[in-house]
Write a protein of this length. Structure first.
Length: 379
């Protein structure tokens, strides 16, 4: 017996049968295009470059298109042949497909529509959050835009993954696929990954709040876990710091226990000035104020200084002099240059006014008597 006689149970009318096959193939192709287009709109944000990972992932799904086209064609062939009066001897009947389409099919369609609506709502919500964070900080730098976009992309991807996974499980259930082994396997795999990657998850969550709370920015000078340096990069998992020696330190966000941002909004140039006991502290403080005033009037340093000199008072009594603590408010990253110039001018002003900066006492070596703190080396 010929193959088609086994399939049809008779000799079919090939003109009608081939036409039905063509119609089934066209409908399967249209359904495949619709499903992939819907997946692209759900998973890929508009305006992304072709090199973006999401776009590359969608290009990798081209193989899924062929598989989906084959499955839909096989499913639709029998109803199409039955519709034109050339049914196969076995397979899915048109009545069965119609009954499912009016029952489970409508529920599947409803799930797809709701998933699409939730996905669009999530996309709109993350876009508004991105605009809100940009407007709230009042910044438009490329680094700030990148960080805000990282936040919105992360939230959008997590939301999309949840929507796709939930709707996929519901659709499989409507297709009468036993999802209990799938859910059990997913739970076991998720538990294993959770135990194995708990440090990674902790780093990612900590990095998310680093970016969300804007605790640190690229270009800031900070001390992380006691190590100071310039922040070169803030990623979702790590913070990269370069110290004054040029060494690069990489801190996982979850391991950051102490963080001191030295250039957040403004800074202070703090100086401890020591003078001899015989000088009047009020006179010394007035000299310090006058010196700082000349610095504040200098066009080279005036833009970096935000407020006049603040005298905090006598900080302590040493073996050879009194320590007076002063500070001056500056723009971020300008405190070190202002402090260096202020020290230079204070030294010159003290020389002009005869104010003595005491020397630190030098401990004698064994067998040599100690000399006074203010004595010259040759005395």
């Amino acid at each position: 017996m010929r193959v088609w006689q086994q399939l049809f149970g008779r000799d079919p009318n090939w003109h009608v049968a081939l036409g039905a096959l063509g119609v089934a193939l066209v409908i399967a192709w249209l359904l495949t295009q619709f499903v992939l287009s819907l997946a692209r709109r759900l998973l890929v944000k508009p305006g992304l470059s072709r090199e973006h990972p999401q776009v590359a992932a969608m290009r990798a799904l081209r193989g899924v298109r062929a598989v989906l086209l084959l499955i839909l064609t096989v499913v639709l062939v029998q109803p199409a042949l039955e519709l034109v009066g050339e049914p196969l001897a076995g397979g899915l009947r048109l009545s069965t497909l119609t009954a499912w389409a009016l029952g489970g099919g409508l529920r599947v369609l409803l799930i797809v529509v709701l998933a699409f609506l939730f996905a669009r709502a999530a996309a709109i919500g993350t876009s508004r959050l991105e605009r809100y964070l940009s407007a709230a900080d009042g910044q438009s730098t490329a680094e700030h835009v990148k960080r805000v976009r990282t936040l919105s992309t992360l939230l959008r991807n997590v939301t999309m993954a949840f929507i796709v996974a939930t709707s996929g499980v519901m659709i499989l259930d409507e297709l009468h696929v036993n999802i209990t082994p799938l859910l059990t396997g997913a739970g076991i795999v998720g538990l294993a990954i959770g135990f194995g990657a708990q440090t990674l998850v902790k780093d990612v969550i900590s990095g998310f709040f680093f970016i969300l709370e804007n605790q640190l920015r690229v270009g800031d000078v900070a001390e992380i876990n006691g190590t100071g340096g310039l922040v070169e990069a803030i990623n979702l998992r790590t913070v990269v710091l370069r110290d004054i020696r040029g060494a690069v330190h990489v801190f996982p966000c979850g391991s950051v226990s102490t963080l001191a941002n030295l250039t957040k909004d403004y800074s202070f140039a703090v100086l401890d000035v020591r003078v001899h006991y015989r000088h009047d502290t009020d006179t010394v403080i007035q000299i310090l104020r006058n010196t700082a005033s000349t610095l504040q009037q200098d066009p080279a340093y005036a833009p970096s200084i935000l407020e006049a000199l603040e005298v905090l008072g006598v900080e302590g009594f040493g073996e050879s002099g009194v320590t007076i603590r002063i500070r001056i408010k500056t723009r971020p990253l300008a405190q070190w240059n202002v402090a260096r110039e202020l020290r230079r001018r204070i030294k010159r002003a003290f020389d002009d006014e005869g104010i003595e900066i005491p020397m630190q006492p030098i401990a004698p070596w064994p067998g040599q008597p100690a000399r006074p703190a203010n004595s010259a080396p040759g005395q």
